[in-house]
Design a protein around this ligand. Sequence first.
Ligand SMILES: [Zn+2]
Length: 376
Amino acid sequence: MKNKIVSYIVPKLTDYSAAALEKAVGECIAACKSESEEVRNDAELKSFRDRWMARKNGILTQINDLWLKGAAKDAKREAGIRVNALKARITEMVDAAHVAETDADSLSAERVDISLPGIRRPIGAEHPVIKTRNEIVGVFERLGYSVAEGPVVETDYYNFEALNFPPNHPARDTQDTLFIGAQQSKPQRDRLLLRTHTSPVQIRTMEKMRPPIRIVIPGTVHRNDPPDASHSPMFHQIEGLAVDTNITFGDLKGTLDHAMKALFGSSVKTHFRPSFFPFTEPSAELYVTCFICGGSGKRSSDPCRPCKQTGWIEVLGCGMVDPNVFEFVKDNGYDPKKVSGFAFGMGVDRLALLKYGVDDIQLFFQGDVRFLQQFG
Ligand SMILES: [Zn+2]
């Protein structure tokens, strides 16, 4: 902290010897100097000037009054010369006083130019995969489905066993599934892995909620696939599950037909082909008429590549929930003799590739702004 100077008070002079005058003048100049150095802003500068120069009761006026008027006749001349010199000196110093340089600098640095435009932050855009995911989820939300989510690191039990995968199913092989290391000491059903599909959330939800349920499950899944134009070790799925009494394959077909028309346009046709999944029986693959060539297999005179000229594109796998799956959650109201349901699952990335005409899935995950900007 700076030493605050005790404000200068004009002393009364009794001794008018040269030495005493010299001393009084010196003290006055020193006081004026140090006060001038204390000036920090324009307001302080003004009050400093007033204090010293004011015609009425300013310090110079006081000196005039106290020193000259009190002087004896013979000392008056000498004192007058001194006081005049002092006044000139003080006037000079007061005129030269200014707001200290460093403070002036910091003030100008703090100055805000209110005429400058604001900082414009670019508005982000949805990633094409997230956009596609939200569109699909939105279609089912409007049908009354709730959104459920589950862990990406899953146990063998939820990922395979409870979904009716037999113990030696090839999906359990490390060539297909990414397992967490050092799990050999655990029983197989407790071993951790990166979920290979969003289907485990079906079981997790049925454990928590009694029927009827209608859920969609978006999420990331992992498989032991080397990355290439159509494969990625991480990708996105959306799973759906509806369980109630008297749910039939007709409900499945009607629901998915509606969803495909909502997603790809009311003119697309749907087509179910028999398939196999361990957790559904019967199972089917759903095809829609190619939304790129309209089902003709041709784009003007060129063959249509996305549908391989067939006019049909496979979009998802589906089926009626296998009664063996309900057995795992039977105690929570899912008696396979009383309830039935359907399930479906689709790859979001693949649909985004088709929808936007992108030919390499890696582009979605490389984070290249030049690519992503096209979707903004
Ligand atoms: Zn086509």
